[in-house]
Design a protein around this ligand. Structure first.
Ligand code: NDP
Length: 270
């Protein structure tokens, strides 16, 4: 029987994961099937069990199930434990479910591929939701000089900073307390979804700075347009999406796919 994988979400029909993993499978010669499954909002654990019984070997997990996935795992990687969320489920040989989170590795890998230096950089991360929590450990592991978290709800940024302070020079607060300049600014808020821009000072960017928006689309987000007008290099989150998928594929199959080729063909479909 062909090994089965899927992405669970609700809704999930928009997900690009089936296309990405089909491309990885073709590229690496791995025989697998990958589909999108819309799990019931209150029935994630049951959907995973049913999938395993039908031959499922692993899954990606997207909104709104990343915390449900975290709770159902028998074992967790340290980075998933810290993130409090799981985007990759792995069925182990003994039948237990292991959880990992690959979003952060996807982001850091994308920044590295694009030639962005994180070591020694002054880093600003906008937002304090699930996506940001999931990327902080790998960002800090890359060795920035400092990492500041700014969020609309300042208390959430301060609390998140406190949770990660043992890993580096981390601070947090509201948008009004942002003091640049920064070498790398990562927008992990969902403001771009509604075409909104967090209130940020004009002198945010150091010379040669990079602005990264975790969101992606056919057109640059309002944040990336704003950053470009202020001289920053801009990158969107499509590379993070393909990168996190590649990390999951590696966990399941032990083969690392080539991200660049798949990213280029996916961008042409946006
Ligand atoms: P959450 O709902 O957990 O968090 C949303 C965050 O955005 C909060 O910090 C919230 O602030 C902030 N926010 C929402 N609206 C505004 C606004 N109008 N102005 C300023 N701040 C705002 O979402 P996630 O963390 O899961 O996702 C965040 C973004 O990251 C989404 O756009 C998502 O698409 C993207 N993403 C991309 C991935 C990729 O692979 N490229 C992977 C995962 C996520 P507050 O706390 O004050 O409410």
């Amino acid at each position: 029987m062909t090994d089965r994988y899927c992405v669970f979400g609700h809704p999930v029909s928009h997900s690009k994961s089936p296309v990405i993993h089909a491309a990885f499978a073709e590229q690496t010669g791995e025989a697998l099937e990958y589909t999108a499954i819309e799990a019931p909002r209150d029935g994630f654990a049951g959907a995973w069990r049913a999938f395993v019984e039908s031959g499922g070997r692993g899954a990606n997990v997207t909104v709104p199930f990343k915390e449900d996935a975290y709770r159902l795992c028998d074992t967790l990687t340290p980075r998933a434990e810290r993130a409090g969320a799981v985007n990759t489920l792995i069925l182990e040989a003994d039948g237990r479910t292991r959880g990992d989170t690959t979003d952060g590795a996807g982001l850091v890998g994308d920044l590295e591929r694009c030639g962005v230096t994180l070591a020694g950089a002054r880093l600003l991360v906008l937002g304090a939701g699930g996506a940001v929590r999931g990327v902080l450990e790998p960002l800090l592991a890359a060795g920035p000089a400092s990492l500041h978290i700014a969020n609309r709800t300042a208390a959430k940024a301060s609390a998140l900073a406190a949770d990660f302070r043992d890993l580096g020079e981390v601070s947090g607060g509201g948008f009004d307390a942002v003091e640049g300049p920064f070498d790398v600014v990562i927008n992990g808020t969902s403001a771009s979804l509604g075409g909104e821009l967090p209130p940020l000072p004009d002198d945010l960017f150091a010379p040669g700075a990079t602005a990264y928006d975790m969101m992606y689309g056919a057109e640059p987000t309002v944040f990336l347009r704003w950053a470009s007008e202020r001289g920053a290099e801009t990158l969107d989150g499509l590379g993070m999406l393909v990168g996190q998928a590649a990390e999951s594929f590696m966990l399941w199959r032990g083969v690392r796919p080539d991200v660049t080729a798949v990213l280029e063909s996916l961008r042409r479909t946006l």
